[in-house]
Design a protein around this ligand. Structure first.
Ligand SMILES: Nc1ncnc2c1ncn2[C@@H]1O[C@H](COP(=O)(O)OP(=O)(O)O)[C@@H](O)[C@H]1O
Ligand SMILES: [Mg+2]
Length: 332
């Protein structure tokens, strides 16, 4: 699909639409100082989706608000489409669209009227507005809801309206989404995911924050894990998984009720293959090389003893929990 751009953004020749270096933010309040972002480096290229994944309070919103030019950095630099956000915020902001956290449109307009209104606000010309709104309605799957009042749409559809509005800026090169599906039911969430995924065709860069591991897994070309204001890992899902010292995870149900012979088998497995047992959850073993024939064989013995055991390859969640800590990972 052809990008909507009418203005030409000075995108660097390497295709980067966001370059962040050493970004830090310290809040000072009555209760003291709080380091919310600590020396973060991050890039987003045109056509790429990057997820900033971390628990509540990790510093995701702070990061996004700095990139959006809503919050001045304590230190560091931000370039959007090659334009310095701190020195030339007005110009840099022309190239980005933002959907803040917990943003819900409650408009009394119909979907179509709402999109028309914002397209005008965002600089679409009188002559092109009808075609743009038509294209947005189709692209975001809202065409069949065009006549409905925005405030009466489901949560998932309202998020789609937000995305349509964000996309109506004709010069957008970078889209910032702060927790785009928090509070949306599972079905609505999937529909928002599919839409965000389809936006790759526009060749804009998307930076989203989330505390849902499966959201990062579904959408992101690259994931950056943030905890306590610091980036603790970055790369593709595959690369992050590979940082773990084990490749598989074995879950055994009902460890307390094993027969004596099953207990011996589990004990052998543990002593041979265990790297670590998750804190507070002794039913999970981490296995260095789970698909070796001897491991598979021993597991087969276990199942004949009536033990319910599941072996799975390590997931992004395993890596996330290892880096962020099991407690943080259990937050909603
Ligand atoms: N305006 C503020 N003043 C002081 N501290 C803040 C402010 N905004 C956020 N914080 C603190 O900074 C940290 C990061 O917050 P935030 O960026 O909202 O995290 P996240 O979006 O990952 O949940 C948290 O400890 C939060 O309490
Ligand atoms: Mg937040």
């Amino acid at each position: 699909m052809e990008p909507l751009g009418s203005r030409t953004a000075p995108v660097p020749t390497d295709g980067r639409v966001l370059t962040v270096r050493g970004l830090s933010k310290t809040y000072s309040g009555r209760t003291g100082r709080k380091v919310a972002n600590d020396s973060i480096d991050l890039d987003v290229s045109a056509g790429e989706i990057v997820a900033l994944l971390g628990p509540n309070g990790a510093g995701k919103t702070t990061f996004l608000r700095q990139v959006a030019g809503q919050l001045l950095p304590t230190a560091g630099s931000i370039e959007v489409a090659g334009v310095d956000m701190v020195r030339s915020p007005r110009r840099a902001k022309e190239f980005l669209s933002v959907i803040p956290q917990e943003c819900e449109p409650r408009s009394d307009l119909t979907t179509e009227e709402h999109l028309r209104y914002f397209a005008r606000l965002k600089g679409e010309t009188r002559g092109s507005i009808a075609a743009t709104v038509e294209r947005l309605l189709t692209e975001t799957g809202l065409a069949e809801h065009r006549g409905k009042l925005v405030r009466e749409l489901s949560g998932g559809l309202r998020r789609r309206v937000l995305l349509a509005v964000a996309l109506s800026g004709p010069s957008t090169r970078l889209l910032l989404l702060d927790e785009p599906t928090t509070g949306v039911d599972p079905e609505g969430r999937r529909s928002v995911w599919r839409l965000i995924d389809a936006l790759r065709a526009r060749r804009i860069g998307i930076l989203l924050t989330t505390h849902y591991i499966e959201e990062a897994e579904y959408l992101a070309d690259r994931v950056a894990i943030i905890n306590g204001g610091r980036l603790v890992a970055g790369g593709t899902v595959e690369e992050i998984r590979a940082t773990l010292p084990f490749r598989g995870r074995l879950e055994i149900r009902g460890l307390d009720h094993l027969t004596p012979s099953a207990r011996v088998l589990v004990g052998e497995l543990e002593s041979k293959y265990r790297v670590s047992v998750r804190l507070g959850n002794a039913e999970r073993l981490e296995i260095v090389d789970p698909f070796r024939p001897e491991v598979v064989q021993e597991l087969a013995h276990l199942t004949t003893e009536g033990v319910r055991a599941t072996l799975s390859p390590v997931s992004l969640e395993d890596a996330y929990l290892a880096m962020v800590g099991a407690e943080a990972g259990e937050l909603p």
